[in-house]
Ligand binder design. Structure first.
Ligand SMILES: NC(=O)c1ccc[n+]([C@@H]2O[C@H](COP(=O)([O-])OP(=O)(O)OC[C@H]3O[C@@H](n4cnc5c(N)ncnc54)[C@H](O)[C@@H]3O)[C@@H](O)[C@H]2O)c1
Length: 385
């Protein structure tokens, strides 16, 4: 039986709790930790974690309960040090997105996992959804031919008071606005589907969140050898339209699914190709639906990987990719230049301290509260349709 601990009892902790309790034959949550120990106790009671005790610190919980696996659900600036500490204390680690605040932190986490031989998995719950799996497989199989253009609209909405929480809205504690905290989901999916680009050109602004140093809208153009992808990020978009469109030589593959194809009329204008659209639709639906999706599916994979029964699907190296692209996006928008990948160790954008010196403060954070009264959250609107 794998003994698990949830570290950080805020908004996302309940999602981890609900995922763990689906697998009573594989694991048991023995501890929930928070600097506000009453929040840990609330999670235990709300999710009926009957075997769990509340602790104030991760170290205390790991030692007292002989923990095998920790779920790090802490603010982003606390991910790297706590991950390394937990790995060194002999635990496997699942860490929430974004993996860390910098590539240097990611590399420290990966090195600790390799040194200790313990699993490190980064939450990428959207990879574990049927539409994403189907489009991923179709792209890997080359359905439709070469990708000629990709469009990612990663559009979200958050009120001004979202940034009142103490750790949000500064480079030091959140280390990124909508690209990092929201569009990291779509960036992870894009890189999983079509890989890392050669270079990035990006711009960003803060148009509506006055209690935050960070961006709330932005655009990034990714250049690949034979195509471009563009990513729009925002947390000012009512309706939170979210889509990923991959144009191939023969037809459109997209999330949400809406196949399209055409043949040229004698003048080059499009004539809908219903036969090929049907072929795409048949291929799409022939790829089986997942029985489990999201956090539960990812957590099941990690539990089985710990038992040596499945390969781990989302390790530290996979999680690092989105951070690398986001750092290139920040470098491009801060320096107003096109940035080539990879970002090397000598680059100012490899380390948090040197990176944040280069970043604009769109506004200064002047209001800060320790906790919200509600921990209710939504996890993206169309991302899994
Ligand atoms: N995968 C997703 O869709 C998703 C959704 C929401 C949040 N997240 C991520 O989850 C992480 C946590 O976000 P949240 O919204 O739950 O934040 P939150 O502020 O609601 O919760 C974090 C908790 O950690 C506690 N804490 C802070 N430092 C601590 C420490 N050193 N030891 C113990 N407890 C400590 C805080 O008191 C707080 O209760 C972030 O990285 C966020 O990006 C992921």
């Amino acid at each position: 039986m794998i003994k698990a601990a949830i570290i950080g009892a805020g908004a996302i902790a309940g999602v981890h709790a609900e995922a763990f309790i689906r697998f009573p034959e594989l694991c048991e949550v023995r501890a929930v930790c928070d600097i506000y120990v009453e929040k840990a106790q609330d999670i235990i009671e709300k999710h009926h974690l009957n075997q769990a005790k509340a602790y104030r610190t991760m170290e205390e919980a790991i030692e007292a309960e002989d923990i095998d696996l920790v779920s790090i659900c802490l603010p982003p600036s606390a991910h790297a040090d706590n991950t390394v500490k937990a790995l060194e204390m002999g635990c496997h680690v699942l860490v929430e997105k974004p993996m860390a605040n910098s590539l240097e932190e990611c590399d420290r986490m990966i090195a600790a996992s390799e040194r200790t031989g313990k699993h490190l998995s980064i939450v990428c719950q959207n990879r574990f959804k049927t539409p994403m799996q189907r489009i991923h497989k179709m792209l890997q199989d080359g359905v439709g031919g070469r990708v000629t253009h990709a469009v990612v609209n990663s559009l979200w909405w958050r009120g001004e008071n979202y940034y009142d929480l103490w750790w949000r809205g500064t480079w030091a504690t959140e280390c990124g606005g909508s690209f990092t905290s929201h569009s990291v989901h779509h960036i992870d999916l894009l890189l999983w589907m079509i890989g890392m680009p050669d270079s990035v050109t990006a711009v960003m602004k803060n148009v509506g969140h006055h209690n935050s140093e960070l961006e709330d809208v932005g655009m990034a153009i990714l250049e690949y050898p034979e195509t471009f992808a563009h990513i729009g990020t925002s947390i000012v978009d009512y309706g939170e339209a979210q889509e990923m469109i991959f144009q191939t030589e023969k037809g459109r593959l997209s999330i949400p699914w809406s196949p399209a194809s055409a043949t040229p009329l004698p003048n080059g204008f499009p004539k809908q190709d219903e036969a090929y659209e049907k072929e795409l639709d048949d291929i799409y639906h022939s790829i089986p639906e997942l029985e489990l999706e999201g956090h539960p599916a990812q957590i099941k994979n990690l539990l089985l990987a710990i038992q040596g029964k499945e390969p781990l699907l989302t390790d530290g190296r996979e999680g690092r990719k989105a951070i690398e692209l986001i750092m290139a996006i920040y470098k491009s928008s801060a320096l107003r230049q096109t940035v080539a990948l990879p970002i090397t160790e000598e680059d100012d954008f490899y380390r948090k301290e040197t990176m944040i010196q280069k970043m604009p403060h769109f506004f200064e954070k002047t209001k800060s509260i320790e906790n919200f009264t509600s921990t209710e959250i939504t996890l993206g609107r169309d991302v899994g349709k």
